[in-house]
Design a protein. Sequence first.
Length: 292
Amino acid sequence: MQQVKVRVPGSCGELIQGQLDGQDFLISCPVNLYSQAKVKLLPETNKIKLNKGFSKSYKAARKTLEYYQLQGIGLEIEIDSELLIGQGMASSTADMAAVVSAIMLLINKKIDYKVLINILLAIEPTDSIFLPGFYKFDHLNGQIIEKLGPLPEFDILIFSNNAAEINTLAFNNSDKIRSLKKSKEQSVNQALKYILTGINTRSKKLIGQGMTLSSLAHQKILPKTGLIKINDLISDYQQIYGLNIAHSGNLIGLFIEPGFKNKKLIKNIEHNSDFKFYQRARLISGGIERVI
């Protein structure tokens, strides 16, 4: 039976997210936690079989078949994800990108990234985690603004406060949010300069400063109780370079040296905030990986 399996990394929020000169953008933070999709052809039916709870992925699969004018074929789709849902790990983007790219490979033998982006955007704003590498990316319009160089090695301690799931589409379409974005442009501009200079010079310190500045500036839009306290707690650690957040989610990531021992720090943060440790992950390059 013909089948394809791919995996797409999730994200620990974003390195930065904001608006400059009227254009929204983000730099995704892909990590080594994945959504995996296996797609099989079902020649005896024209239905799409997919478990409940993946309505966005179902829509993405339908749109993919419509684009290739293959509405008459059937598919069986299995999604296996390591990502938290609705917390800022780009779970929907990873699920949908895995499904769409697997279908493309199954029927067309190659991935058309432009078509993939358009399909995802027809459903909701999208991260750039499925693109190979790191990008300054307009998540509302699907535009690659700039391809960035590789980042230095970081481990990331991921924390979540398990707050209510955030509707990404409603969040990005809010008039109030659009107004507040403008009010933090100066901080976003400075944060971006730190990050881009840090990438170009391989400076973990500058990348950390930029991420932290973007995170703190975002407090006026989606405040995270305890964020400033956590930033104070990590300020004396030489092997912690800064923190990032899910700008439309509930995660905080601490960027640390790969060899850093984290048990004491985790206890300290959990004792002094509502955030609970989720997992230690590694910053990786984005991209779709074929498994089968």
